[in-house]
Design a protein around this ligand. Structure first.
Ligand code: NDP
Length: 503
């Protein structure tokens, strides 16, 4: 059931007048307006109309939020809580997310445009699992006792890094919030999070649930705002100990540079990709077509790990390309709030134009467009699902991240050569292989330079599975134990012990 308290005009369930209630900044446990009174509109990508106005964080608001997080870390009850107590709060938050799952999925579909079915089974349920997973970790990370030489007793303690600045993108806003908040809170850090200007709404609702769960004031601060001012200021802020970012490689590199202008902050980055998916000659062709379709068109192609370079063996290439185009053309484009929709609009006019530019480039550079490839006429930032065959490695569409529903199919014949071609990119986020030959699966998997390699599957995400990139696709890993370790420092304690006492 949709929670009434959160929407006005809730009768207009699929309509544009469903207005979310919470639009303020969450600082120090209070909902407040921005210091300079600025607001911005968040746009429904299906109607191209504003959903509502939200408060826009200024640099002064960033200062207020960092002060609140700093104070909560240095002086609040948070640091004095046991891991079990922190875990209890995270479990409570997970349950509140589950309880309000319908409403959160609606917010995500409204603000981002994605199909509500996806929002439920991917965004909301994975967010729930992520909070639950890290809740369990909160009282389980431990140091070591070390046998130091001499009359010393030594041990290590795992301590929270401190104040974490977290900047998230618009493609999977709620899940990115969970991937960042959950490990930080389990570790005992406090957080200032800046959401993407295109999708502030689900994070604000989660902020309400954080308050309802009973987290101490200032432990989580949520700012809607823009990267150019609020984001840039947050990253440079001397009160911040750690920066975690998901977004474009270009901004990730900026963040790497800017974060060190006021001291050495810990930085983790999850950036772009141009992931290869190798379909071998022995693959079941019908299953491979389904997998490849999902690997690229899922979330309207707005996925950092989208398999945007499909390397298909020459023996099955023609059939694969023809059937892939047929399947892609069956997508049902529409309102994310309509359960029948399988492909929602792109996030913004800017992204729609950018993707259209790549489609034109693909044609100009000689790739064969098997389906789509025409501009979408009508309302909504849609891009027709497009499939290019005869794609060559040096074409722009085979090299750059498109972040849209545009599939590139390349041909290969030699397995050593395809490993080299797949690795010939500055990115290294994901890769995939489809084969029934176990030896070939090992050979390809170990040869591919990517943070995640899927074999006979794609886009499997879970909080237990570390996720991150090689090369320009990122720094560090989210999820799993490694995701937690990003938010921990190791302190080595060496104590002198009485001479002659047992070591
Ligand atoms: P950005 O990398 O610009 O945005 C990601 C986040 O970073 C947003 O919250 C943004 O703020 C913020 N940001 C932007 N500039 C700065 C800065 N100087 N300092 C601190 N924070 C900043 O991605 P875009 O939205 O512009 O998308 C462009 C391209 O990025 C896409 O086409 C796609 O290729 C890639 N991308 C990759 C994602 C991934 O998951 N790896 C996710 C999203 C995009 P705000 O937007 O609010 O101004």
């Amino acid at each position: 059931m949709l929670a009434r308290s959160s929407f006005r005009n809730s009768k207009r369930f699929f309509g544009t007048r469903m207005v979310p209630k919470q639009t303020q900044l969450f600082i120090g446990g209070e909902w407040v307006n921005s210091a300079n009174g600025d607001t911005f509109e968040t746009i429904n990508p299906y109607t191209e109309e504003p959903i509502t106005s939200v408060q826009r964080a200024s640099v002064e608001d960033v200062d207020r939020a960092v002060d609140a997080a700093r104070n909560a870390f240095d002086h609040g009850p948070w640091r004095r809580m046991s891991g079990t107590e922190r875990g209890d709060l995270l479990f409570k938050l997970a349950e509140l997310i589950k309880k309000n799952g319908e409403e959160l999925a609606h917010l995500e579909a409204l603000d981002n445009g994605k199909p509500i079915t996806l929002a439920k089974i991917v965004d909301v349920s994975n967010s729930y699992l992520t909070y639950k997973y890290y809740a369990g970790f909160a009282n389980k990370f431990v140091g070591d006792t070390i046998s130091a030489p001499g009359d010393f007793h030594a041990y290590t303690r795992k301590e929270p890094v401190g104040v974490a600045a977290q900047i998230i993108p618009w493609n999977v806003p709620m899940l990115m919030q969970a991937w960042k908040l959950a490990p930080a809170l389990a570790a005992g850090c406090t957080v200032v999070m800046k959401t993407a200007e295109q999708t502030p709404l689900s994070a604000l609702r989660v902020g309400e649930l954080i308050k309802e769960a009973g987290f101490p004031d200032g432990v989580v601060n949520i700012l809607s705002g823009f990267g150019e001012d609020a984001g840039a200021h947050l990253v440079r802020h001397p009160g911040v100990d750690k920066v975690a970012f998901t977004g474009s490689t270009e901004v990730g590199l900026d963040i790497m540079r800017n974060s060190s202008t006021s001291g050495l902050k810990r930085v983790t980055l999850e950036l772009g990709g141009k992931s290869p998916f190798i379909i071998c000659e022995d693959a079941n062709i019908e299953e491979s077509i389904q997998q490849a379709n999902f690997s690229l068109f899922f979330n309207s192609g707005q996925v950092c790990i989208a398999a945007s370079r499909l390397f298909v063996h020459e023996k099955i290439y023609d059939e694969f390309a023809e059937k892939s185009a047929k399947l892609a053309s069956k997508a049902v484009l529409g309102n994310g709030l309509d359960p029948n929709t399988t492909q929602g609009p792109q996030i913004s006019k800017e992204q729609q134009n950018k993707i259209w530019g790549y489609i034109q480039k693909g044609k100009q550079e000689g790739a064969s467009c098997l389906t789509g490839g025409e501009e979408y006429e009508g309302k909504g930032f849609f891009v027709k699902p497009t499939v290019f065959a005869d794609v060559q490695d040096d074409m722009t569409i085979a090299k750059e991240e498109i972040f849209g529903p545009v599939m590139q199919i390349l041909k290969f014949s030699d397995y050593e050569d395809v490993i080299k071609r797949a690795n010939n990119t500055d990115y290294g986020l994901g890769a995939g292989v489809i084969t029934n030959d176990i030896g070939r699966a090992f050979h390809l998997t170990n040869g591919l330079r990517a943070g995640t390699v899927f074999v006979n599957c794609y886009d499997i995400f879970d909080p237990t599975l570390p996720f991150g990139g090689y090369k320009n696709s990122g720094l560090g890993r989210e999820n799993g134990l490694e995701g937690l370790e990003n938010y921990l420092e190791t302190k080595t304690v060496i104590m002198s012990r009485p001479e002659g006492s047992l070591p």
